[in-house]
Design a protein around this ligand. Sequence first.
Ligand code: SAM
Length: 245
Amino acid sequence: KGKLYICPTPIGNLEDITLRALRILKEVDSIAAEDTRHTLKLLRHYEIQKPLTSYHEHNETTKSQHLMDKLLRGETIALVSDAGMPGISDPGELLIKKCIKAGIAVEVLPGASAAILALVASGLDTKHFSFEGFLHRDKKKKKERLEKIKGEDRTLVFYEAPHRIKETLKVMIELLGNRKAVVARELTKKYEEFIRGSLQEIHQHFQENPPKGEMVLLCEGISPQEEEDRKKEAFEAITIKEHIL
Ligand code: SAM
């Protein structure tokens, strides 16, 4: 049987790839990439020549079967995404599940992931955190998710696109309250920047400086005081209801 290697790639700075990842990319029979043109640039930079095949969210189901056939024939494949760790808000999960089910070895290599970099640099609580990935672009679904996690006491980590960040911040202020937050922009790149403050202050910042680039949005979990207040509110609501009845 073959083997599937999950190969993280840089999230901006081309130097952020491990020696082992480079060796595996050189040794495997082929590479499955989210965007083959994007990956070609990385491979060219490191003078790696390898057959490339595309594997992205739109062909994940059909392509994973094709990749499984290759793996079952004994081939080795490295899976890469455009940036960071495959399987984290990127294709990978489905193929990994299938391999585990079929008894095909999966080896994950360590490497860059924007969420972890942003969390460590944020200055927020790193002991407990909840990775939320992308919120739904539909406002109603976005609100539903935030409603569900508003009582979470772990640091919340989101991926967000620059053209949606202001709306997301507004919805968060409305549903979570004006919590302490950080936006980590353009990590590992030339214009890396951390915007720290309350959700409202960060929203104000983006009113004055139009959001650009790739970003991770983090905010603190519910505080013990807030939790206490919410419980009291809920209790009072029940008591009032009982009183009326
Ligand atoms: N698999 C990737 C990882 O492990 O980080 C994430 C892929 S996801 C499709 C892309 C999102 O990750 C971006 O929209 C942004 O939220 C975040 N991201 C990726 N690179 C980043 C960077 N250099 N700086 C800040 N955020 C980044």
